[in-house]
Design a protein around this ligand. Sequence first.
Ligand SMILES: Cc1ncc(COP(=O)(O)O)c(C=O)c1O
Length: 397
Amino acid sequence: MNPASASMADTRTSRPAPATTDYLAHVFAQYPIEIASGEGVWLRNSRGERILDLYGGHAVASLGYGHPAWTRALTRQAQECNFQTNAVHMQVRLRAAERLVRFSGLDFTSVFFVNSGAEANENALKLAFRMTSRPRVVAVEGAFHGRTAAAGAVTWGAKEKWYGFPRAPFDVTFIPRGDLAAVSQHIGADTAAVIVEPVQGVAGAVDLGAPFLAALRTRCNETGSLLIFDEVQCGMGRTGQPFAANLYGVTPDLLTTAKALGAGFPCAALLLSDPLAAQLKTDDLGTTFGGGPLACAMVEAVVDIIESENLLDNVRRLSAQMRETCIVGPVVAMQGAGFLAGLRTRRPARDVQRELLAHDILTGTSGDPHVVRILAPFVLDASHIAQLAATLAALPS
Ligand SMILES: Cc1ncc(COP(=O)(O)O)c(C=O)c1O
């Protein structure tokens, strides 16, 4: 047991005493741990104690820490050429786009690389407005799409909590999850786009399911609205399929992804279907850092590692093991898909998360006060799930 974490009263509010003056903006709730290093699925804190990481830095560390092929790819590209703009051709950029499209197995023909999830969504929404000349977007209750002006405008509850801009840049209608009547009622001839996380992450691993997603697809076809899947958190193998679009058999017009895409190197991508790609003109979109050679080398490496190590299969097997063995102790049910899993807890999730951390297992919470969120690295093995199950079983129910 890690005594520091065991003694903390609240997992998310205390800041460890800084070794040097702390000039960082104090805008993040903090775990009561300081991480010094990581290896595989283990983090090591500044006192040298090991912590099993089932949270992956908000779903980013999809390959864990220090994966040799990831590190080699980064080093090789840094030595070859660390940066050039999108205004010059680079083979590594072409290769990354091709690998990503092929990995998806979906009907996309074009990739625009950017730097963050919010930026990918911002560009997806901008394209939808430009290509449809319509004024309104439909989003789903509970959604999180990012903190920028457009992404924040389609994020549920942002206006009340942190939005900050004086007004949203366009009209937004939020529809309840799974409400098929609302789909017909609110998606119409004035709707530029529908944006949806197929499995909502921040909301607590809420799987929106094939019937609802298929209904969105059908209604968008009827009305000429564009369907945007935000797979920033649920994409890139996290559900055990390349994308949740594959899992549910529903292909959007635009798909955004980030987080696991670079497995720790910051990057994001917007994938476009052919009819949209065909309409793109020079200067429609732009970025300085997006599609930089380091980011592209990492996208290529991440896809390569996921495929060559059969990690999608690993996620599917181990998430099934989690469902079979982890509904114990304070956990009453499991939700979500693959390694975007929500452990529904009888007691407040925050307490269970703190107790798990006291036993050296790092997990996350969510917008649902009774869901502990698991965003584990894809390289986990059965012994780690067994450790989680045994620890949960020993907690008070
Ligand atoms: C589904 C989803 N979309 C968008 C974002 C925003 O991504 P970023 O923080 O990279 O801007 C997040 C971040 O948590 C997310 O979970």
